[in-house]
Ligand binder design. Structure first.
Ligand SMILES: Cc1ncc(COP(=O)(O)O)c(C=O)c1O
Length: 390
């Protein structure tokens, strides 16, 4: 294999951080289920002292995430016990009295952290749609971070990561992008200029709805040093078993993403023509306001679809109840299809007025399209839509 030929996405996912273990030749990274490591003398060790600080299984996952998010330039990854643990740790880069500029459509738990926890430490957050000119209008002397998701949860809005990063950097801000909905298979924010990428690895990265995890990746050595310090100091690290399972998920990430996208496109095409669907949100639709930017910064549009039905909340409730293959549940990005009601579930923590302002209405449902056979998913949706007409 020639070193100057770049490897494809699937090859990298299979081979990243997959060197055989030295003692036995084990093809898979072992689960180093240990809290501590023997030292041959006081403070003389093999680079491992205590598993909050270093653990080989976690390091393999962190290396894999860094390589997937930044295939061409060195980067550092940091794994956490949940997406929220990763997000909380990143916010500890801020000094008290700082200001966050955040996209108005964010995962509800992220907004709750900003509004109900960081505010107690004098950190204020302004929410904005981040349209052209908004950075100028919202900037304050103490603004330190621009916080984005793209696509957003649950409205699937698209932010122009390259443009916003350039504008934020002119002002000396750190740009954080939550890449949970896209995964590095579809979008790599560090290549577009972001400083830190964060994930709920609970979702597409691990991919099987069997663990909770998070990750942050940066190319900036100084930010990497500070995140490493905070990871060890705050201690919200994942277990070795969860790191192993997440790494196992990574091996099939591009394969799964391809199927998630295929299935979502198949369903969107049909939902767009269904008379009961009054609103359909998917970045791959040519009428979606972020469609052109999505085409530039994402390789495909992902596996998430949000929609509203004729008959509002009551119809949405009936629709969810009648589905057989889509389970009603929080979370997304697993192999199985799920339906979620952001108003009462994932975004219940977002103040009601903000939910209504941004379009998270009581009638909105969010589909996480799994990797089942597309025709089965459509049959399920079509049957349920037919039975949901009020
Ligand atoms: C976009 C996004 N970011 C972060 C999180 C938080 O991740 P976790 O639930 O792993 O703490 C979620 C959870 O749904 C999410 O959807």
């Amino acid at each position: 294999m020639s070193a100057d030929k770049p490897l494809g996405e699937s090859t990298r996912a299979v081979h990243t951080a997959a060197e055989p273990e030295e003692k036995t030749g084990s093809v898979q990274v072992p689960i180093y289920q240990t809290s501590t490591y023997v030292q041959s003398d006081f403070a003389v060790h093999k680079g491992y002292e205590y598993s909050r600080t270093q653990n080989p299984t976690r390091q393999a996952l962190e290396r894999a995430m860094a390589e997937l998010e930044s295939p061409t330039e060195p980067a550092q990854g940091f794994a956490f016990a949940s997406g929220m643990a990763a997000i909380t740790t990143i916010t500890q880069l801020l000094d008290s009295g700082c200001h966050i500029l955040a996209a108005s459509d964010l995962y509800g738990g992220t907004g709750r952290l900003f509004d109900d926890v960081l505010s107690r430490f004098g950190v204020e957050t302004t929410y904005s749609e981040l349209q052209p000119g908004d950075l100028e209008a919202c900037a304050r002397d103490n603004t330190s971070i621009l916080w984005l998701e793209s696509p957003t949860n649950p409205l699937l809005n698209i932010h122009d990561i390259a443009e916003l990063s350039a504008q934020a950097h002119e002002r000396g801000w750190i740009v954080v992008v939550d890449n949970t909905f896209a995964s590095p298979t579809l979008q790599r924010p560090l290549e577009l200029g972001a400083d830190i990428v964060v994930h709920s690895t609970t979702k597409y990265i691990a991919g099987h709805s069997d663990l909770i995890g998070g990750c942050a990746v940066t190319r900036d050595p100084l930010l990497g040093e500070r995140l490493g310090f905070l990871q060890n100091t705050l201690g919200a690290i994942p277990s070795p078993l969860d790191c192993f399972l997440t790494l196992r998920g990574i091996r099939t990430l591009p394969l799964r993403m391809e199927r998630h996208c295929d299935n979502a496109e198949y369903l969107v095409e049909r939902l767009a023509q269904h008379p009961s669907v009054t609103k359909l949100l998917y970045p791959g639709l040519s009428g979606h306001p972020g469609h052109e930017v999505a085409k530039r910064q994402m390789s495909r549009s992902g596996g998430m679809i949000s929609l509203e039905l004729e008959g509002g909340e009551a119809a949405a409730r009936k629709f969810a109840k009648n589905l057989r293959l889509f389970a009603t549940a929080e979370s997304l990005g697993g192999v199985e299809s799920l339906i979620n009601h952001p108003w009462s579930m994932t975004h219940a923590a977002t103040p009601e007025q903000r939910r209504l302002e941004i379009g998270v209405t009581p009638g909105l449902v969010r589909l996480s399209v799994g990797i089942e056979d597309a025709i089965d998913l459509w049959n399920d949706i079509e049957d349920s839509l037919g039975a949901s007409v009020l």
